[in-house]
Design a protein around this ligand. Structure first.
Ligand code: FAD
Length: 379
């Protein structure tokens, strides 16, 4: 498997790197401080045609998950929240692409690809996050469709989404086999999006509870493939979550290098101390290792690898890249000294956002379960 970028991927990297530096970086601190949805950044990504990047050419994409990872990496290097705008659109897009009927694809995918529609995906409930099979939301066949009842939490993008893919158990089924995704359109009667969570990190893209009170989803609002589609959508999007970790870590290291090159102590710049130099070398080692794992998982997606064969590699990429983001961000804060704690400097934002990455899209313990199951069989 080849993880080197091809010419097209290098062009994507150069374009996004320039846009990130010139147009995204100057907005990053304000987005975090205000905790407001960055509509201007959404418009920018839309203008650049980036929402479609990993998807097939028929939706205007490059059909390359590796290109998508490179784009996310470059954006996350300067602004976690702007990178999140892409990722939060891609998981529901991927789920509809994988499990949708021709009608569902035609109805939603062109709009999600060009950014005229926004989406979210909701599995998590108060009593069950990691354990998706423990959800209580129910869908019962009725009135030529399905009636959904339940309460969700932590649904990112719901506040602005035109459609939400809601996980619910069908009929009186139990366990993961009963879990299905239903496409709920925003203005459906009985569907309500609650006030956003007040978050430590990922503050620019709101996460909200959902209330479903006898919400009628038409028959063609049920996504095919059941729980497998949910899991496969997460497997496929994990390299992108890993790319966020790589970009975040790279951005934190960039800032640390700039800072210690200027800051002086004991008559020399901090970058001259041997212990500090080794910390930076360790950052670079971890970032490059994480990048290679992410590119490998993305290349596997691009080569059509799915299911069990992809799950372990995607889990390694997500876990290692997000653990790297956390470690590097923590060390970068340390190298800033007291300035690392001050809100006058950007580095504590990287630290707060990194923590989110270890928890979302399957916690890193769950990623290790996936890897261990692959190696040892299920416990
Ligand atoms: C910023 C943010 C955005 C989010 N966006 C979305 C979204 O858009 N849609 C959505 O559906 N959800 C979303 N979530 C929810 C997220 O997916 C869950 O928080 C995550 O899956 C963990 O679930 P939990 O919080 O209920 O923790 P729990 O599942 O209760 O886990 C608690 C702890 O126990 C550990 N644990 C649980 N089970 C095991 C196990 N089998 N082995 C070892 N350790 C275990 C976990 O790793 C964790 O450390 C978001 C969360 C955050 C923070």
């Amino acid at each position: 498997m080849q993880y080197e970028l091809n010419d097209q991927q290098r062009q994507v990297r150069e374009l996004i790197r320039r846009v990130a530096r010139e147009r995204v970086a100057p907005r990053a601190a304000a987005i975090d401080a205000a905790a407001e949805y960055p509509q201007d950044m959404f418009d920018l990504l839309r203008e650049l045609g980036l929402f479609t990047l990993p998807f097939p050419a028929e939706y205007g994409g490059s059909g390359s998950m590796l290109s998508a990872c490179v784009a996310v990496e470059e954006l996350c290097r300067v602004c976690y929240n702007t990178a999140y705008l892409l990722v939060v659109q891609w998981t529901p897009f991927g789920a509809i692409l994988a499990g949708g009927s021709e009608g569902q694809k035609q109805r939603y995918l062109p709009g999600l690809a060009d950014g005229s529609l926004r989406a979210a995906i909701s599995t998590t409930e108060a009593q069950s996050g990691s354990d998706v099979a423990g959800i209580l939301t129910r869908a019962v066949a009725s009135d030529g469709g399905y009636r959904l009842n339940g309460t969700k939490i932590w649904c990112t993008n719901a506040a602005v989404a035109d459609i939400v893919l809601v996980a619910a158990k069908l009929g009186d089924g139990e366990g993961s086999a009963a879990v299905n995704l239903f496409i709920v359109e925003r203005d459906t009667q009985g569907f309500e999006v609650g006030p956003p969570e007040d978050k430590m990190g990922a503050r620019g893209v709101p996460s909200s509870p959902l209330f479903l009170d006898d919400v009628l989803v038409p028959e063609d609002g049920l996504l095919g493939g059941g729980f497998k589609v949910v899991m496969e959508a997460f497997n496929q999007s994990r390299p992108i979550i890993g790319a966020r970790g790589v970009g975040l870590a790279q951005g934190a290291m960039d800032l640390a290098i700039d800072f210690i090159g200027e800051r002086r102590a004991f008559g020399q710049t901090v970058s001259q101390f041997q212990g500090v130099r080794w910390m930076v070398a360790d950052m670079a080692i971890q970032i490059e290792a994480a990048r290679q794992l992410v590119y490998r998982a993305a290349a596997m997606v691009d080569a059509g690898v799915t299911g069990k064969a992809l799950a372990g590699a995607a889990a390694m990429a997500k876990a290692h890249a997000s653990d790297t983001a956390m470690r590097v961000a923590e060390d970068a804060v340390q190298l800033f000294g007291a300035a690392g704690i001050s809100n006058d400097y950007p580095i504590n934002r990287y630290f707060r956002d990194a923590k989110v990455l270890q928890i979302v899209e399957g916690t890193n313990q769950i990623q290790r379960n996936i890897i261990a199951n692959d190696l040892l069989g299920r416990a």
